[in-house]
Design a protein around this ligand. Sequence first.
Ligand SMILES: Cc1cc2nc3c(=O)[nH]c(=O)nc-3n(C[C@H](O)[C@H](O)[C@H](O)COP(=O)(O)OP(=O)(O)OC[C@H]3O[C@@H](n4cnc5c(N)ncnc54)[C@H](O)[C@@H]3O)c2cc1C
Length: 472
Amino acid sequence: MRTVIWLREDLRLHDNPALHHAALSGDVIPVYIYPQGLGAASYWWLHHSLSRLANDLSEQGVELILKTGDPAEVLADVCRAVGADRLAWNRVYSPAGIDLGRQVKERFSQLDIALQSFNGQLLTEPTQIFTKQGTPFKVFTPFWRHCLTTLEPTELLGRPDFKPSNITVESESLDDWGLLPTKPDWSVGISERWQPGEAGAQTRWESFLSGRIRRYKDGRDIPKDENTSMLSPHLAFGEISPKQIWFETHEAIAAREVDSDNGNKFLSEIGWREFSRYLLVHFPHVISASFNSRFEEFPWQTDASLLHAWQHGQTGYPIVDAGMRELWHTGYMHNRVRMVVASFLTKHCLIDWRIGMDWFWDTLVDADIANNTASWQWASGCGADAAPYFRIFNPILQGEKFDKEGEYIKRWVPELSKLGKRFINKPWEADPMTLKLAGITLGETYPWPVVDHKEARQRALDAYQVIRKPAQ
Ligand SMILES: Cc1cc2nc3c(=O)[nH]c(=O)nc-3n(C[C@H](O)[C@H](O)[C@H](O)COP(=O)(O)OP(=O)(O)OC[C@H]3O[C@@H](n4cnc5c(N)ncnc54)[C@H](O)[C@@H]3O)c2cc1C
């Protein structure tokens, strides 16, 4: 049996069902097709991830084939060229991913080639999960409770044992794809923080499971520490399987190496990942429309200078600026701070959540269509099971609560590094002498707040009244 594998968001060898099953039954020809529409940071990640995967495969005598073009046609051509008996892939559960799968099935209905698809991306199968009434879940807690009753740790699939083969197909060159930035090369900070690829994913996972997971429940909200798993880009590119995470966390809990409070809290975040994909499968329109349709009438405002200040970490609110600069330099932002900056953009600045989402899409190395859409809608109050719109994060109190000493802020906003903790979240309240001693001149070395918190809060609540009124 000769199988062409269509690699997509599953750039790994371990626990990769499509690769594993194909390797058991004969020759394997893995193909990756240039994906349109990724953000710049994701293309950077993709380059390195593909390069490492190609190395891992080549050590086992298998070549990764790179192609550009319409996936259905490219796959049909490759299958014909190698005389494939079968095309297999791991499913992608985004609307575009589902649509591509459909197009490939249609194209192959005219060919005498078997098709096989697997779930390598999720713990659950979204089309199998419904409430007792037979409708899709819209709230996370009952969804996850339901999943927990059905989920069982299954044995993981090891690395495939490829059979040597001499099949050759012409591949494009990864370098010719031009995925890396050159002029300017903005990727230095990103390269310092991350090691894309399966080996990097496994290293992160092992270090988290043998250490930081034990303080996850409380530690996950403290941005100055790396208490979370930092697996998000690896999960987004499928460099580690959620089943491995699920299985090995349960093993660690059973062996009492990890207490169930911390272990289960961590797994519930993996549950949010499941839920955001589940929502897109059942409500694909929310990829660009508010889940709560009343928000389609929300009086969003256009303000280029506010948006620019937010994007570049120049809002005058230190926790917001620290987060936006962490994102710019490293392609990542701590989850607590993501919530604060998203709330700030949509509520303090009244800028449409889709504009913030697009910025994240371009700059995050973990940009993930489902998590990004669901999280932006959650933070702006228009999503399924969202934070209520009227609950508006106070960026000063958020900073004082989760970055008490201002260490996170000082790391990313060095011009405030000499300011004491009393004023670190509100430099504009410091007396002139304190500012002078800290080397700060507001409006010159660090901005005045771009909006006044109290006024902005009231403005947001007033705007909300517009859509709160029931239709006449
Ligand atoms: C406005 C906003 C935008 C976001 N955009 C993205 C995005 O594009 N890609 C992305 O992966 N996450 C996104 N998140 C969710 C979350 O911030 C990141 O997944 C998390 O910070 C990644 O760090 P970690 O891997 O250390 O997380 P951990 O806390 O270790 O969590 C483990 C994994 O669970 C998943 N996860 C965690 N939190 C969430 C969540 N709230 N929703 C869905 N899945 C979650 C991720 O896959 C994560 O890697 C966003 C959150 C907000 C508030």
